[in-house]
Ligand binder design. Structure first.
Ligand SMILES: *[C@@H]1O[C@H](CO)[C@@H](O)[C@H](O)[C@H]1NC(C)=O
Ligand SMILES: *[C@@H]1O[C@H](CO)[C@@H](O)[C@H](O)[C@H]1NC(C)=O
Ligand SMILES: *[C@@H]1O[C@H](CO)[C@@H](O)[C@H](O)[C@H]1NC(C)=O
Ligand SMILES: *[C@@H]1O[C@H](CO)[C@@H](O)[C@H](O)[C@H]1NC(C)=O
Length: 436
């Protein structure tokens, strides 16, 4: 079985793969809307969607509208994946002609990449089996990302703008600290949507270690930010939500969404060896679970929102390898030195906040060709639907109570100043591939 899977992966990796931009839609047919609804979710939302989505998810097609077909760098985990031969992971396409900061793993024969390095080549220590493949930081942070444009597939009050517009409005910029800032428009009043930013890596990955360091994340009533990955043809190639939550939440929720066949063997934190709590079901299939997926909530109230920002943020790491998928959170001040040194070694990091073990969810069958995504939306399918809810960590009072507005939309349109904290400030995104 595993051998078969590797053959599939090799097929994907043996060419420059034309792919579509995920989650890019223009029209609003019923099936499309249902699919779009399903693209982002929450446990609280699932019951609303379950009936509507039944039977529709797996038959819907994607309709790329923004950019059509593109050639993308695809990183591979081959049959040699984990234990030897540093040549196992090869970026086979240059992707964006130098727009990505790509380092071809040493020892590979030059099969097709126009890979470049702008990262200064930190030398991995002998204990890390991970090699830096792509880094986004400093003045070139936005190189290698596409700006998704258009309305929000999850029905939020955001309109996503292109890079030049975002730059000119200071909604995407590099600040004086050299960090990338992505923000929501704070015009006092708007009639409908607020301009916002959603970016997707041009490179795609089959496995990897994804490490994101941020000093600030969007927070406040109506906000719904996420840092996540997904593959084409959702949910066939899976979605991994690394950081996600809404409104005033202070505890992160990490979630996977898949095709049928991926599950958790248990909902027990100790059995799963996680610090988090399973908040969804144990069937991770989008179709089977009303798109609830398998969500896990961090016990740390500094892992999201105000709590995260108050401590100067921290580092999230998502590990996707033969053992499965895991998400780690390290508050500022507790970031492992091997991460800071550029030679990350997850084996020394302790218990992750979330983990989906390979034994019940093959990580290379249900997840393929993932791009990394940041976005900020407002209201919509999650933040809007829980506007009047309370009892989630950080949300002791509902946003309806806190703001005096009975709907999320009305609040978002009338209170631009309340989005002064609705921004990502990201120091770096570093993507590693297994090397030896
Ligand atoms: C690659 O980018 C460089 C610098 O922008 C440009 O001069 C060159 O023509 C590009 N090459 C191709 C093949 O597009
Ligand atoms: C960016 O969006 C603006 C506003 O819609 C448009 O005028 C401009 O042509 C776009 N720029 C690019 C490079 O697409
Ligand atoms: C909760 O949200 C409201 C409205 O955005 C904001 O004024 C308040 O500061 C938030 N509270 C916390 C603790 O983040
Ligand atoms: C986190 O929890 C601690 C202990 O209950 C509390 O003192 C602190 O105010 C909380 N922080 C946030 C941001 O909610």
């Amino acid at each position: 079985m595993y051998f078969h899977i590797h053959l599939v992966v090799i097929f994907f990796c043996s060419q420059i793969v034309p792919t579509t931009i995920a989650k890019s839609y223009s029209s609003h047919s019923i099936t499309e809307r249902l699919h779009n609804v399903a693209l982002k979710h929450s446990a609280g939302l699932a019951s609303d969607l379950r009936v509507a989505l039944g039977g529709v998810l797996l038959t819907r097609r994607q309709q790329p509208t923004n950019s059509g077909l593109q050639n993308r760098a695809v990183y591979c985990v081959s049959q040699q994946s984990s234990k030897n031969n540093g040549g196992a992971q090869v970026p086979l396409s240059g992707g964006g002609n130098g727009t990505t900061t790509t380092i071809r793993p040493s020892g590979t024969s030059g099969s097709g990449g126009t890979a470049t390095s702008t990262t200064g080549g930190s030398t991995p220590s002998s204990t890390s089996s991970w090699t830096l493949a792509e880094a986004h930081q400093g003045s070139s942070f936005f190189d290698g990302w596409d700006f998704f444009t258009g309305s929000d597939p999850t029905h939020g009050d955001a309109i996503f703008i292109n890079q030049s517009t975002a730059n000119s409005l200071n909604l995407a910029q590099i600040n004086g600290q050299g960090n990338a800032v992505m923000a929501v428009e704070t015009t006092p009043q708007v009639a409908g949507t607020r301009q916002s930013v959603r970016i997707t890596t041009q490179s795609q990955f089959n496995g990897g270690l994804f490490i994101m360091d941020a000093v600030h994340m969007p927070t406040g009533c109506a906000t719904w930010p996420a840092f996540w990955t997904n593959g084409p043809n959702w949910p066939t190639n899976g979605e991994i939500d690394i950081i996600e939550g809404v409104n005033n939440y202070t505890n992160n929720q990490a979630t996977i969404h898949t095709n049928p066949g991926c599950s958790l063997a248990s909902s027990s934190s100790s059995a799963l060896a996680i610090t988090g709590t399973v908040v969804g079901g144990t069937d991770c299939s989008a179709a089977d679970s009303g798109n609830q997926g398998c969500g896990m909530r961090s016990p740390a109230n500094n892992s999201f929102g105000t709590g995260f920002n108050d401590i100067g943020g921290g580092v999230y790491a998502m590990q996707w390898d033969d053992s499965g998928i895991a998400v780690f959170f390290f508050p500022r001040g507790s970031v492992p030195s091997d991460i800071n040194a550029g030679s990350p070694d997850p084996s020394g990091w302790g218990t992750p906040m979330a983990r989906w073990p390979a034994a019940s969810c093959n990580p290379f069958q249900f997840f393929k060709q993932h791009s990394v995504i940041f976005d900020i939306t407002l209201c919509g399918d999650w933040a809007g639907s829980v506007w009047s809810s309370s009892g989630i960590p950080g949300q002791e009072q509902s946003c309806a109570q806190l703001t005096g507005f009975s709907t999320c939309d009305a609040f978002a349109q009338a209170n631009g100043a309340s989005f002064s904290e609705a921004y990502w400030e990201v120091s770096s995104v570093k993507i590693y591939q297994q090397s030896s």
